[in-house]
Design a protein. Structure first.
Length: 69
């Protein structure tokens, strides 16, 4: 991602929309997977890091989008 695109509010808006949708569907909390910097989530929604958490069963099970090539 081009660093000049950061700070425009798109990520914040997407996160808040996703969490609102989850709340409306009855979820009481959300778990964020592995991220490089948790500060965005802490600052935006007051996320808390789970101490000593490590990837478990689902590690490497989520596949990215298929390439067109």
């Amino acid at each position: 991602m081009d660093p000049s695109h950061r700070g425009g509010g798109t990520g914040r808006a997407l996160l808040l929309a996703c969490l609102l949708d989850m709340k409306l569907k009855g979820y009481g909390y959300a778990v964020v997977g592995s991220v490089k910097d948790i500060n965005f989530f802490k600052k935006t929604v007051g996320a808390a890091e789970i101490p000593d958490s490590t990837p478990g069963f689902y590690r490497n099970r989520v596949k990215g989008p298929k390439s067109d090539g």
